[in-house]
Design a protein around this ligand. Structure first.
Ligand SMILES: Cc1cc2nc3c(=O)[nH]c(=O)nc-3n(C[C@H](O)[C@H](O)[C@H](O)COP(=O)(O)OP(=O)(O)OC[C@H]3O[C@@H](n4cnc5c(N)ncnc54)[C@H](O)[C@@H]3O)c2cc1C
Length: 302
């Protein structure tokens, strides 16, 4: 497997932000991955880095990137996928096999591992609707274990993976048969819709900044609180949807956190609602970042 030392991670993230990591490992098979997980400590597992704000100060630990583990198999209505399989690819392959349930993944720039971690969802579909079981690495026992869907503790943008004990190795999904043309039509509709409500990756971003609070939309609250005109030297809120932050080119993680706090405060002042971040902060913090994270994340993130 490839191992890179003192690697600047910035260009591997969709936000184009992030400093150096001590070691970056790129295992190419699940066996190599589990071997590594048994061997090293102080690591973080990441996929396409499309849901993270990586610290500009870097990370003094190791990062294991799953993106070289790309095996998948389709048998009848079942799909098996390694954690590093890209969401749009598996969505496409499912469609070609006349399998419906992955249409929402067509526009997500992540991996299956990240999607399961977040119980990713869009357009009325989510991972929990189609996942049947998961193969996990248990960090406490260093054993490989299997969990059925009802043991995965899925809820809105949440799974059992959030408690930090398990790493996802692979998963099995059960989809439904549907004519290929209908699936393609739905995917095309999803992609067209996304162009109107989300920035493309040409404007570096990490997707929705905040989670939707119960029975409401973070985008709606942020818009009404007037954040769309928040524009700082290196970062701005996207003009067409208030729940996205765009890196104007040279942004640091601190710039993003500062803007996040301004957005958070605007909604709190207007509605007394404290939004919870969807974007995950990763890496070593400056004192200022520590303070900003304390406001934003409170104890919601491990
Ligand atoms: C333009 C844009 C649009 C987006 N639209 C949506 C959307 O509509 N819906 C949605 O839900 N998300 C959306 N996202 C967010 C993101 O793409 C998804 O949540 C994606 O599934 C994250 O996958 P990833 O591989 O990039 O995860 P990463 O960002 O690499 O990691 C995210 C988290 O998952 C953990 N993780 C990753 N792999 C594993 C593993 N194998 N085992 C354990 N933990 C793991 C990481 O430790 C981290 O905590 C969007 C992002 C962007 C940039």
């Amino acid at each position: 497997m490839q191992v890179k030392e003192d690697f600047e991670i910035k260009n591997l993230t969709t936000f184009k932000i992030g400093g150096k990591v001590k070691k970056l490992y790129l295992p190419e098979s699940i066996e190599e991955f589990t071997g590594l997980l048994r061997e090293i400590d102080n690591y973080m597992v990441l996929g396409s880095c499309s849901d993270v704000l990586f610290s500009s100060n870097g990370y003094s630990g190791n990062v294991i990137l799953t993106t070289e583990m790309k095996n998948f198999e389709i048998k009848g209505t079942k799909i098996y996928a390694d954690c590093g399989v890209k969401d749009p690819l598996i969505s496409q392959k499912a469609g070609e096999a006349s399998l419906s349930g992955f249409e929402f993944l067509i526009g997500l720039p992540g991996t299956i591992g990240g999607a399961v971690y977040m119980n990713a969802g869009a357009h009325g579909q989510c991972v929990a609707d189609v996942l049947s079981s998961c193969c996990l690495f248990d960090k406490e026992t260093k054993e490989v274990v299997f969990k059925q869907k009802d043991e995965m503790e899925f809820s809105y943008r949440h799974s059992v993976l959030h408690d930090g004990r398990y790493i996802m190795l692979s998963a099995e999904f059960d989809l439904k048969k549907l004519p290929r043309e209908e699936i393609k039509e739905l995917m095309d509709r999803n992609l067209t819709f996304r162009k109107t409500v989300q920035p493309s990756l040409k404007e570096p971003n990490a997707g929705s900044v905040f989670k939707n609070p119960d029975n409401d939309s973070a985008g709606r609250l942020l818009d009404k609180a007037g954040v769309k005109n928040f524009d700082m030297p290196n970062v701005k809120v996207w003009q067409k949807h208030a729940n996205f932050i765009v890196n104007k080119g040279n942004a640091t993680s601190e710039d993003v956190l500062e803007l996040m706090v301004k957005m958070f405060q605007a909604v709190k002042d207007t509605y007394t609602i404290e939004l919870k971040p969807e974007v995950i902060f990763i890496g070593d913090k400056t004192k200022k970042e520590e303070e900003l994270c304390n406001i934003l994340y409170q104890k919601t993130q491990k």
